[in-house]
Design a protein around this ligand. Structure first.
Ligand code: NAP
Length: 199
């Protein structure tokens, strides 16, 4: 398969890359890293990426910023970061790809643990994660041409613990290898409309 992997240089992206690149042609994408540079919040740039890379069988997104702040410190602008980046950036990848991805292709997005196991300052990311779960569940029933869509929801990765553990006290890090397997299950399996939890 030819797979477009957005956010390939990140911690989650690397986990997905290690698993998928062993068997597939993986095209790496990032804002400033990878073979193609695209900001996924710009749907026209996403469409241009797809036209440049076509034909392709799968899109995997491991990208999406959110704001981290105490609830009473958020305002509309800071809260919109997660909605614009993590939600709409990934939704754009699906909407722009519906008529260009190969028949039977798949979209795999990334959310995270915070909507089921919240931490302080995590409300923006938790909200984005919940939105993505709703998106894939609903979008799956309307996908044309046997296309599929899922979201992987990992806990804090082992490799990310040095960056995040101060905020995730008591959370058990998940193995990057197991996170990679979740992306393989979504891309190479038959699931659709699912939140694939990795804990
Ligand atoms: N790491 C964890 O433990 C963990 C656990 C659960 C969920 N998550 C979620 O998984 C996602 C990725 O996390 P991460 O830790 O792997 O992040 P990361 O290490 O910071 O990497 C993010 C990657 O996404 C790319 N990217 C970000 N925004 C983009 C945009 N608008 N357009 C195109 N590419 C973009 C970045 O590219 P450039 O570097 O080129 O900008 C980078 O390659 C986040 O939504 C995070 O909340 C992470």
């Amino acid at each position: 398969m030819k797979i477009i992997l957005v956010g390939a240089a990140g911690d989650i992206g690397q986990a997905a890359y290690q698993e998928l690149a062993a068997r597939h042609d993986v095209v790496t994408v990032g804002r400033t890293t990878g073979e193609h540079h695209v900001d996924v919040t710009d749907i026209d740039a996403v469409k241009a990426l797809y036209r440049a890379v076509r034909p392709f069988d799968a899109v995997v997104s491991c990208a999406g910023d959110a704001s981290f702040a105490p609830l009473d410190a958020f305002d509309q602008d800071t809260f919109m970061v997660g909605l614009r980046q993590k939600v709409m950036g990934q939704v754009n990848l699906v909407l722009a790809g519906l008529d260009i991805i190969a028949d039977g292709g798949s979209f795999t997005l990334t959310s995270g643990v915070l909507d089921r196991d919240p931490i302080r300052m995590g409300t923006n990311a938790a909200t984005a994660n919940g939105a993505l779960a709703g998106f894939v569940k609903s979008a799956a029933i309307e996908m044309p041409r046997a296309l599929r869509v899922n979201v992987v929801s990992p806990g804090m990765l082992d490799v990310s613990a040095p960056r995040y553990r101060e905020w995730f006290r008591g959370h058990k890090p998940v193995l990057s290898h197991d996170v990679g397997l979740a992306y393989a299950k979504c891309v190479e399996g038959a699931l659709t409309g699912q939140v694939v939890v990795v804990e």
